[in-house]
Design a protein around this ligand. Structure first.
Ligand code: NAP
Length: 454
Protein backbone atom coordinates (compact mmCIF):
# COMPACT_ATOMS: atom_id res chain seq x y z
CA UNK A 1 0.00 0.00 0.00
CA UNK A 2 1.37 3.43 -0.92
CA UNK A 3 2.05 6.13 1.66
CA UNK A 4 1.31 9.81 1.04
CA UNK A 5 2.64 13.07 2.41
CA UNK A 6 -0.32 15.40 2.92
CA UNK A 7 0.00 19.16 3.25
CA UNK A 8 -1.57 19.93 6.65
CA UNK A 9 -2.41 23.48 5.54
CA UNK A 10 -4.81 22.39 2.80
CA UNK A 11 -5.09 18.57 3.01
CA UNK A 12 -3.71 18.12 -0.52
CA UNK A 13 -1.54 15.12 -1.30
CA UNK A 14 1.99 16.35 -1.98
CA UNK A 15 3.64 13.10 -2.96
CA UNK A 16 3.03 9.37 -2.78
CA UNK A 17 5.65 6.76 -1.95
CA UNK A 18 5.91 3.02 -2.35
CA UNK A 19 7.16 1.38 0.85
CA UNK A 20 10.20 -0.85 0.66
CA UNK A 21 9.53 -4.55 0.30
CA UNK A 22 10.96 -7.12 2.70
CA UNK A 23 13.53 -8.00 0.04
CA UNK A 24 14.59 -4.34 -0.25
CA UNK A 25 14.88 -3.99 3.54
CA UNK A 26 16.94 -7.16 3.70
CA UNK A 27 19.25 -5.81 0.97
CA UNK A 28 19.66 -2.57 2.91
CA UNK A 29 20.62 -4.46 6.07
CA UNK A 30 23.11 -6.56 4.11
CA UNK A 31 24.60 -3.38 2.65
CA UNK A 32 24.81 -1.79 6.10
CA UNK A 33 26.66 -4.80 7.48
CA UNK A 34 29.00 -5.03 4.52
CA UNK A 35 29.91 -1.33 4.47
CA UNK A 36 30.24 -1.10 8.23
CA UNK A 37 33.22 -3.44 8.02
CA UNK A 38 35.08 -0.79 5.98
CA UNK A 39 33.61 2.33 7.58
CA UNK A 40 34.66 1.32 11.09
CA UNK A 41 38.29 1.33 9.91
CA UNK A 42 38.24 4.90 8.55
CA UNK A 43 40.06 7.62 10.50
CA UNK A 44 38.40 10.50 12.30
CA UNK A 45 39.92 12.84 9.71
CA UNK A 46 38.35 10.94 6.85
CA UNK A 47 34.95 10.91 8.55
CA UNK A 48 35.24 14.59 9.50
CA UNK A 49 35.89 15.65 5.89
CA UNK A 50 32.69 13.94 4.80
CA UNK A 51 30.69 15.23 7.76
CA UNK A 52 31.77 18.81 7.04
CA UNK A 53 30.68 18.25 3.45
CA UNK A 54 27.29 17.02 4.73
CA UNK A 55 26.96 20.36 6.55
CA UNK A 56 27.60 22.18 3.27
CA UNK A 57 25.03 20.03 1.45
CA UNK A 58 22.42 20.85 4.10
CA UNK A 59 23.12 24.57 3.81
CA UNK A 60 22.91 24.43 0.03
CA UNK A 61 19.34 23.07 0.34
CA UNK A 62 17.92 25.60 2.80
CA UNK A 63 15.88 27.30 0.06
CA UNK A 64 14.34 24.16 -1.44
CA UNK A 65 14.11 21.70 1.46
CA UNK A 66 12.96 24.42 3.89
CA UNK A 67 9.70 25.09 2.02
CA UNK A 68 9.30 21.35 1.34
CA UNK A 69 9.54 20.69 5.10
CA UNK A 70 6.93 23.39 5.81
CA UNK A 71 4.61 21.85 3.25
CA UNK A 72 5.14 18.35 4.57
CA UNK A 73 4.54 19.00 8.28
CA UNK A 74 3.38 22.60 8.66
CA UNK A 75 6.12 24.44 10.54
CA UNK A 76 6.71 28.11 9.66
CA UNK A 77 9.31 28.49 6.92
CA UNK A 78 11.89 30.41 8.97
CA UNK A 79 11.84 27.62 11.56
CA UNK A 80 12.23 24.95 8.86
CA UNK A 81 15.21 26.79 7.39
CA UNK A 82 16.66 27.30 10.86
CA UNK A 83 16.33 23.56 11.45
CA UNK A 84 18.41 22.75 8.36
CA UNK A 85 21.11 25.17 9.50
CA UNK A 86 21.10 23.62 12.97
CA UNK A 87 21.65 20.21 11.35
CA UNK A 88 24.72 21.64 9.61
CA UNK A 89 25.90 22.84 13.03
CA UNK A 90 25.61 19.38 14.60
CA UNK A 91 27.51 17.85 11.66
CA UNK A 92 30.34 20.36 12.11
CA UNK A 93 30.27 19.93 15.88
CA UNK A 94 30.92 16.21 15.66
CA UNK A 95 33.35 16.58 12.75
CA UNK A 96 35.41 18.80 15.05
CA UNK A 97 34.94 17.04 18.40
CA UNK A 98 34.37 13.33 17.77
CA UNK A 99 38.01 12.37 18.12
CA UNK A 100 38.35 14.20 21.44
CA UNK A 101 35.06 12.80 22.74
CA UNK A 102 36.23 9.28 21.93
CA UNK A 103 39.88 9.46 22.84
CA UNK A 104 41.43 6.63 24.85
CA UNK A 105 41.02 6.88 28.61
CA UNK A 106 44.20 5.72 30.40
CA UNK A 107 43.71 3.95 33.75
CA UNK A 108 46.45 3.18 36.27
CA UNK A 109 46.53 -0.51 37.24
CA UNK A 110 49.17 -3.17 37.97
CA UNK A 111 49.53 -3.78 34.21
CA UNK A 112 52.18 -1.93 32.20
CA UNK A 113 49.40 -0.12 30.40
CA UNK A 114 45.60 -0.06 30.68
CA UNK A 115 43.02 2.10 28.98
CA UNK A 116 39.50 2.26 27.62
CA UNK A 117 39.15 2.49 23.85
CA UNK A 118 35.89 3.56 22.24
CA UNK A 119 34.97 1.35 19.32
CA UNK A 120 31.89 1.43 17.10
CA UNK A 121 29.34 -1.36 17.38
CA UNK A 122 27.74 -1.59 13.93
CA UNK A 123 24.46 -0.71 12.21
CA UNK A 124 22.09 1.29 14.44
CA UNK A 125 18.38 1.72 13.71
CA UNK A 126 16.85 5.16 14.34
CA UNK A 127 13.05 5.38 14.60
CA UNK A 128 12.23 9.06 14.30
CA UNK A 129 9.25 11.44 14.57
CA UNK A 130 7.98 14.05 12.14
CA UNK A 131 8.07 17.14 14.36
CA UNK A 132 11.70 18.07 13.68
CA UNK A 133 12.06 15.85 10.62
CA UNK A 134 15.71 16.73 9.97
CA UNK A 135 17.04 17.72 13.38
CA UNK A 136 15.94 14.56 15.18
CA UNK A 137 17.71 12.47 12.56
CA UNK A 138 20.92 14.49 12.36
CA UNK A 139 21.41 14.62 16.10
CA UNK A 140 21.51 10.81 15.91
CA UNK A 141 23.33 10.44 12.60
CA UNK A 142 26.21 12.90 13.02
CA UNK A 143 27.62 11.30 16.20
CA UNK A 144 26.77 7.75 15.08
CA UNK A 145 28.65 8.05 11.80
CA UNK A 146 31.55 9.96 13.34
CA UNK A 147 31.89 7.13 15.86
CA UNK A 148 32.25 4.65 13.01
CA UNK A 149 28.76 3.16 13.18
CA UNK A 150 26.39 3.12 10.21
CA UNK A 151 22.79 4.36 10.34
CA UNK A 152 19.42 3.03 9.27
CA UNK A 153 16.46 5.41 9.43
CA UNK A 154 12.82 4.49 9.85
CA UNK A 155 11.16 7.89 9.68
CA UNK A 156 7.58 8.83 10.54
CA UNK A 157 5.21 7.90 7.74
CA UNK A 158 4.08 11.49 7.05
CA UNK A 159 7.59 12.85 6.26
CA UNK A 160 9.09 10.44 3.76
CA UNK A 161 10.27 13.23 1.43
CA UNK A 162 12.40 14.53 4.30
CA UNK A 163 13.57 10.96 4.97
CA UNK A 164 14.75 10.53 1.38
CA UNK A 165 16.38 13.98 1.32
CA UNK A 166 18.36 13.04 4.42
CA UNK A 167 19.67 9.91 2.73
CA UNK A 168 20.66 12.17 -0.18
CA UNK A 169 22.66 14.46 2.13
CA UNK A 170 25.04 11.62 2.87
CA UNK A 171 25.17 10.51 -0.76
CA UNK A 172 25.85 14.06 -2.00
CA UNK A 173 28.50 14.53 0.67
CA UNK A 174 30.32 11.47 -0.66
CA UNK A 175 29.84 9.03 2.24
CA UNK A 176 30.39 5.45 1.08
CA UNK A 177 27.20 3.67 0.13
CA UNK A 178 25.61 1.90 3.08
CA UNK A 179 26.75 4.41 5.72
CA UNK A 180 23.27 5.87 5.99
CA UNK A 181 20.13 4.37 4.51
CA UNK A 182 16.47 5.29 4.76
CA UNK A 183 14.04 2.40 5.08
CA UNK A 184 10.59 3.33 3.83
CA UNK A 185 8.66 1.10 6.21
CA UNK A 186 5.67 1.42 8.51
CA UNK A 187 5.86 0.91 12.26
CA UNK A 188 4.56 -2.67 11.91
CA UNK A 189 7.83 -3.57 10.15
CA UNK A 190 10.12 -2.22 12.87
CA UNK A 191 10.12 -5.35 15.04
CA UNK A 192 11.70 -7.48 12.33
CA UNK A 193 14.47 -4.93 11.79
CA UNK A 194 15.19 -4.58 15.52
CA UNK A 195 15.36 -8.37 15.85
CA UNK A 196 17.64 -8.74 12.83
CA UNK A 197 21.08 -10.03 13.81
CA UNK A 198 22.77 -7.33 11.71
CA UNK A 199 21.20 -4.45 13.66
CA UNK A 200 23.13 -3.87 16.87
CA UNK A 201 21.15 -1.13 18.63
CA UNK A 202 18.12 1.15 18.30
CA UNK A 203 17.19 4.69 19.21
CA UNK A 204 13.64 6.01 19.17
CA UNK A 205 12.33 9.52 19.47
CA UNK A 206 8.57 9.60 19.75
CA UNK A 207 5.67 8.62 21.95
CA UNK A 208 5.74 6.42 25.05
CA UNK A 209 3.94 3.43 23.51
CA UNK A 210 6.29 3.40 20.50
CA UNK A 211 9.31 3.66 22.79
CA UNK A 212 8.08 0.91 25.09
CA UNK A 213 7.48 -1.38 22.14
CA UNK A 214 10.89 -0.87 20.52
CA UNK A 215 12.74 -1.04 23.85
CA UNK A 216 11.03 -4.25 24.90
CA UNK A 217 11.81 -5.92 21.58
CA UNK A 218 15.41 -4.71 21.76
CA UNK A 219 15.57 -5.88 25.38
CA UNK A 220 14.41 -9.29 24.30
CA UNK A 221 17.31 -9.31 21.83
CA UNK A 222 19.78 -7.86 24.40
CA UNK A 223 20.40 -4.77 22.29
CA UNK A 224 20.95 -1.29 23.76
CA UNK A 225 18.44 1.50 23.21
CA UNK A 226 18.13 5.22 23.73
CA UNK A 227 14.61 6.60 24.15
CA UNK A 228 13.67 10.26 23.72
CA UNK A 229 9.97 10.43 24.52
CA UNK A 230 7.32 12.96 25.42
CA UNK A 231 7.25 15.74 27.96
CA UNK A 232 4.99 18.16 29.81
CA UNK A 233 7.76 20.55 30.78
CA UNK A 234 7.16 22.98 33.60
CA UNK A 235 7.91 26.71 33.29
CA UNK A 236 8.09 28.47 36.66
CA UNK A 237 8.06 32.25 37.09
CA UNK A 238 9.10 33.82 40.40
CA UNK A 239 8.67 37.46 41.54
CA UNK A 240 12.34 38.40 41.05
CA UNK A 241 12.22 37.54 37.32
CA UNK A 242 12.26 40.10 34.52
CA UNK A 243 8.54 39.75 33.86
CA UNK A 244 8.44 40.96 30.26
CA UNK A 245 11.34 38.70 29.30
CA UNK A 246 9.64 35.79 31.09
CA UNK A 247 6.41 36.38 29.16
CA UNK A 248 8.24 36.53 25.82
CA UNK A 249 10.18 33.35 26.64
CA UNK A 250 7.00 31.61 27.80
CA UNK A 251 5.22 32.37 24.53
CA UNK A 252 8.16 31.24 22.44
CA UNK A 253 8.68 28.12 24.57
CA UNK A 254 5.03 27.09 24.25
CA UNK A 255 4.46 27.86 20.59
CA UNK A 256 7.76 26.94 18.87
CA UNK A 257 7.19 24.42 16.10
CA UNK A 258 3.40 25.10 16.25
CA UNK A 259 3.49 23.85 19.85
CA UNK A 260 4.53 20.37 18.71
CA UNK A 261 7.80 20.00 20.54
CA UNK A 262 8.72 17.51 23.24
CA UNK A 263 10.62 20.24 25.11
CA UNK A 264 7.97 22.92 24.68
CA UNK A 265 7.00 24.41 28.04
CA UNK A 266 3.48 23.12 28.58
CA UNK A 267 2.63 23.73 32.25
CA UNK A 268 3.20 27.24 33.62
CA UNK A 269 3.42 27.84 37.38
CA UNK A 270 3.51 31.52 38.30
CA UNK A 271 3.97 33.03 41.75
CA UNK A 272 0.89 34.79 43.18
CA UNK A 273 2.69 38.15 43.61
CA UNK A 274 3.07 38.56 39.85
CA UNK A 275 0.41 36.17 38.62
CA UNK A 276 -2.19 38.66 37.35
CA UNK A 277 0.35 40.76 35.46
CA UNK A 278 1.99 37.68 33.93
CA UNK A 279 -1.36 36.20 32.91
CA UNK A 280 -2.60 39.41 31.27
CA UNK A 281 0.62 39.84 29.27
CA UNK A 282 0.71 36.13 28.39
CA UNK A 283 -2.87 36.37 27.07
CA UNK A 284 -2.04 39.49 25.02
CA UNK A 285 1.08 37.89 23.55
CA UNK A 286 -0.58 34.59 22.64
CA UNK A 287 -3.53 36.47 21.11
CA UNK A 288 -1.15 38.49 18.91
CA UNK A 289 0.40 35.43 17.28
CA UNK A 290 -0.41 35.10 13.60
CA UNK A 291 -1.90 31.74 12.63
CA UNK A 292 -1.73 30.95 8.94
CA UNK A 293 0.14 29.71 5.88
CA UNK A 294 3.49 28.39 7.13
CA UNK A 295 5.15 29.64 3.93
CA UNK A 296 3.94 33.22 4.37
CA UNK A 297 6.12 35.93 5.91
CA UNK A 298 5.18 36.75 9.48
CA UNK A 299 3.33 33.51 10.28
CA UNK A 300 3.96 32.41 13.86
CA UNK A 301 1.79 29.29 13.94
CA UNK A 302 1.06 26.95 11.06
CA UNK A 303 -1.33 23.99 10.98
CA UNK A 304 -0.81 20.94 13.17
CA UNK A 305 0.89 18.13 11.31
CA UNK A 306 -1.94 15.60 11.24
CA UNK A 307 -5.71 15.57 11.63
CA UNK A 308 -5.45 13.16 14.56
CA UNK A 309 -3.14 15.57 16.40
CA UNK A 310 -5.50 18.51 15.92
CA UNK A 311 -8.54 16.42 16.94
CA UNK A 312 -6.78 14.98 20.00
CA UNK A 313 -5.71 18.46 21.11
CA UNK A 314 -9.22 19.86 20.67
CA UNK A 315 -10.59 16.96 22.72
CA UNK A 316 -8.01 17.51 25.48
CA UNK A 317 -8.99 21.20 25.67
CA UNK A 318 -12.72 20.42 25.71
CA UNK A 319 -12.29 17.80 28.43
CA UNK A 320 -10.13 20.15 30.51
CA UNK A 321 -12.74 22.92 30.24
CA UNK A 322 -15.49 20.45 31.13
CA UNK A 323 -13.43 19.46 34.18
CA UNK A 324 -13.26 23.09 35.33
CA UNK A 325 -10.34 24.80 33.53
CA UNK A 326 -10.97 28.34 32.24
CA UNK A 327 -10.12 28.93 28.55
CA UNK A 328 -8.69 32.46 28.31
CA UNK A 329 -8.66 32.88 24.52
CA UNK A 330 -11.42 32.65 21.91
CA UNK A 331 -10.73 30.41 18.95
CA UNK A 332 -10.84 32.63 15.82
CA UNK A 333 -12.39 31.51 12.54
CA UNK A 334 -9.87 29.27 10.82
CA UNK A 335 -9.89 27.82 7.28
CA UNK A 336 -12.13 24.79 6.88
CA UNK A 337 -9.44 22.88 5.01
CA UNK A 338 -6.31 22.09 6.99
CA UNK A 339 -5.65 21.05 10.57
CA UNK A 340 -5.62 24.34 12.41
CA UNK A 341 -5.66 25.13 16.09
CA UNK A 342 -5.12 28.66 17.38
CA UNK A 343 -3.21 29.40 20.61
CA UNK A 344 -5.08 28.81 23.86
CA UNK A 345 -4.38 29.23 27.56
CA UNK A 346 -6.17 27.07 30.12
CA UNK A 347 -6.24 28.49 33.64
CA UNK A 348 -6.40 26.41 36.81
CA UNK A 349 -7.15 23.04 35.22
CA UNK A 350 -7.97 20.56 38.00
CA UNK A 351 -5.41 17.84 38.61
CA UNK A 352 -7.36 15.10 36.84
CA UNK A 353 -7.85 17.19 33.63
CA UNK A 354 -5.81 16.35 30.50
CA UNK A 355 -4.21 19.83 30.71
CA UNK A 356 -2.72 18.89 34.08
CA UNK A 357 -1.52 15.34 33.43
CA UNK A 358 -1.15 14.62 29.70
CA UNK A 359 1.17 15.92 27.02
CA UNK A 360 -0.67 18.47 24.85
CA UNK A 361 0.95 18.58 21.42
CA UNK A 362 -0.08 21.97 20.09
CA UNK A 363 -0.15 25.67 21.07
CA UNK A 364 -2.10 25.27 24.32
CA UNK A 365 -0.59 26.46 27.61
CA UNK A 366 -1.82 25.43 31.05
CA UNK A 367 -1.44 28.08 33.76
CA UNK A 368 -1.61 27.89 37.53
CA UNK A 369 -1.00 30.30 40.41
CA UNK A 370 1.41 29.06 43.11
CA UNK A 371 2.38 30.45 46.50
CA UNK A 372 6.06 29.41 46.58
CA UNK A 373 8.85 27.83 44.58
CA UNK A 374 8.51 24.70 46.71
CA UNK A 375 4.87 24.38 45.69
CA UNK A 376 5.73 25.06 42.03
CA UNK A 377 8.37 22.32 42.07
CA UNK A 378 6.01 19.84 43.76
CA UNK A 379 3.41 20.52 41.08
CA UNK A 380 6.01 20.37 38.30
CA UNK A 381 7.22 16.99 39.53
CA UNK A 382 3.68 15.65 39.80
CA UNK A 383 3.86 14.29 36.26
CA UNK A 384 4.80 10.98 34.70
CA UNK A 385 7.25 12.90 32.48
CA UNK A 386 10.60 14.51 33.25
CA UNK A 387 12.16 15.96 30.10
CA UNK A 388 13.08 19.65 30.56
CA UNK A 389 12.16 22.47 32.92
CA UNK A 390 12.56 26.26 33.02
CA UNK A 391 12.68 28.65 35.95
CA UNK A 392 12.64 32.44 35.70
CA UNK A 393 14.24 34.00 38.76
CA UNK A 394 17.23 36.15 39.67
CA UNK A 395 17.45 34.70 43.19
CA UNK A 396 20.54 32.44 43.52
CA UNK A 397 18.96 30.35 46.29
CA UNK A 398 15.89 29.70 44.14
CA UNK A 399 18.09 28.70 41.22
CA UNK A 400 19.91 26.16 43.38
CA UNK A 401 16.64 24.78 44.77
CA UNK A 402 15.22 24.38 41.26
CA UNK A 403 18.36 22.67 39.96
CA UNK A 404 18.38 20.30 42.94
CA UNK A 405 14.68 19.48 43.13
CA UNK A 406 13.16 19.55 39.64
CA UNK A 407 12.90 15.92 38.52
CA UNK A 408 13.80 16.49 34.86
CA UNK A 409 16.62 15.85 32.41
CA UNK A 410 17.43 19.55 32.22
CA UNK A 411 16.76 22.82 34.02
CA UNK A 412 17.18 26.05 32.08
CA UNK A 413 17.28 29.25 34.13
CA UNK A 414 15.78 32.39 32.55
CA UNK A 415 15.49 30.77 29.13
CA UNK A 416 13.50 28.13 27.33
CA UNK A 417 14.73 24.56 27.10
CA UNK A 418 16.63 24.11 23.84
CA UNK A 419 18.75 21.37 22.35
CA UNK A 420 22.35 22.29 21.57
CA UNK A 421 25.06 20.01 20.09
CA UNK A 422 27.35 20.95 23.02
CA UNK A 423 24.87 19.97 25.76
CA UNK A 424 23.60 16.51 26.70
CA UNK A 425 19.90 16.08 25.91
CA UNK A 426 17.44 13.61 27.37
CA UNK A 427 14.89 12.90 30.04
CA UNK A 428 14.00 10.92 33.11
CA UNK A 429 10.84 8.97 34.06
CA UNK A 430 8.43 8.49 31.12
CA UNK A 431 10.45 10.96 29.02
CA UNK A 432 12.97 8.21 28.31
CA UNK A 433 16.54 7.32 29.09
CA UNK A 434 19.98 7.80 27.63
CA UNK A 435 21.38 11.07 26.35
CA UNK A 436 21.90 12.50 22.90
CA UNK A 437 24.32 15.24 21.81
CA UNK A 438 27.65 16.33 23.35
CA UNK A 439 30.12 13.63 24.39
CA UNK A 440 27.22 11.60 25.87
CA UNK A 441 25.53 11.32 22.48
CA UNK A 442 28.51 9.91 20.66
CA UNK A 443 29.08 7.38 23.45
CA UNK A 444 25.51 6.08 23.31
CA UNK A 445 26.32 3.32 20.85
CA UNK A 446 29.94 2.47 21.56
CA UNK A 447 31.88 -0.50 22.84
CA UNK A 448 33.93 0.93 25.72
CA UNK A 449 36.58 -1.71 25.34
CA UNK A 450 38.85 -2.35 28.29
CA UNK A 451 42.44 -2.91 27.21
CA UNK A 452 45.07 -4.21 29.61
CA UNK A 453 48.66 -4.87 28.51
CA UNK A 454 50.63 -6.93 31.01
P1 NAP B 1 5.07 8.25 17.43
O1 NAP B 1 3.72 8.00 16.95
O2 NAP B 1 5.60 7.48 18.55
O3 NAP B 1 6.02 8.12 16.14
C1 NAP B 1 7.42 8.25 16.22
C2 NAP B 1 8.08 7.22 15.33
O4 NAP B 1 7.82 5.93 15.87
C3 NAP B 1 7.53 7.18 13.92
O5 NAP B 1 8.56 6.86 13.04
C4 NAP B 1 6.50 6.07 13.98
O6 NAP B 1 6.27 5.49 12.73
C5 NAP B 1 7.19 5.10 14.90
N1 NAP B 1 6.30 4.20 15.64
C6 NAP B 1 5.07 4.46 16.11
N2 NAP B 1 4.60 3.38 16.77
C7 NAP B 1 5.56 2.42 16.71
C8 NAP B 1 5.67 1.10 17.19
N3 NAP B 1 4.70 0.52 17.90
N4 NAP B 1 6.78 0.41 16.92
C9 NAP B 1 7.78 0.97 16.22
N5 NAP B 1 7.74 2.22 15.73
C10 NAP B 1 6.65 2.96 15.98
O7 NAP B 1 5.27 9.78 17.87
P2 NAP B 1 4.73 11.05 17.14
O8 NAP B 1 3.32 11.29 17.55
O9 NAP B 1 5.01 11.00 15.71
O10 NAP B 1 5.72 12.14 17.77
C11 NAP B 1 5.36 12.91 18.82
C12 NAP B 1 5.91 12.37 20.13
O11 NAP B 1 7.33 12.37 20.07
C13 NAP B 1 5.55 13.29 21.28
O12 NAP B 1 5.23 12.54 22.41
C14 NAP B 1 6.85 14.05 21.49
O13 NAP B 1 6.96 14.62 22.76
C15 NAP B 1 7.86 13.02 21.21
N6 NAP B 1 9.17 13.63 20.90
C16 NAP B 1 10.18 13.48 21.80
C17 NAP B 1 11.40 14.09 21.57
C18 NAP B 1 12.53 13.96 22.54
O14 NAP B 1 13.66 14.25 22.15
N7 NAP B 1 12.31 13.54 23.76
C19 NAP B 1 11.60 14.83 20.39
C20 NAP B 1 10.53 14.95 19.51
C21 NAP B 1 9.33 14.33 19.77
P3 NAP B 1 4.90 5.78 11.90
O15 NAP B 1 4.90 7.23 11.60
O16 NAP B 1 5.05 4.92 10.71
O17 NAP B 1 3.78 5.38 12.81
Amino acid sequence: MSVSSINPANEEVIETFTPHTEVEVDAALAKAEEHYSNWRLTTFDERAKLMNKAAEVLESHVDDWGPAMSREMGKPLAQAQGELKKCAWVCRHYAENAETYLKDEPIKTDASKAFVRHLPIGPVLAVMPWNFPYWQVFRFAAPALMAGNVGLLKHASNVWRSALNIEDVFKEAGFPEGCFQTLLIGSDKVEKVVRDRRVRAATLTGSGPAGASVASIAGDEIKPTVLELGGTDAFIVMPSADLDAAVDTAIDARTQNNGQSCIAAKRFFVHGDIYDEFRDKFVEGMKALKVGDPLADGTNIGPLAMKSIRDDLAEQVDKSVAAGARALLDQPDLPEKGWWYAPQILEEAPENAPAAKDEMFGPVASLWKVTSLTQAIERANDSPFGLGSSVCTTDKGEMEQAIRDLDAGSTFINSKVASDPRLPFGGVKASGYGRELSSDGIRAFINRKTVSIA
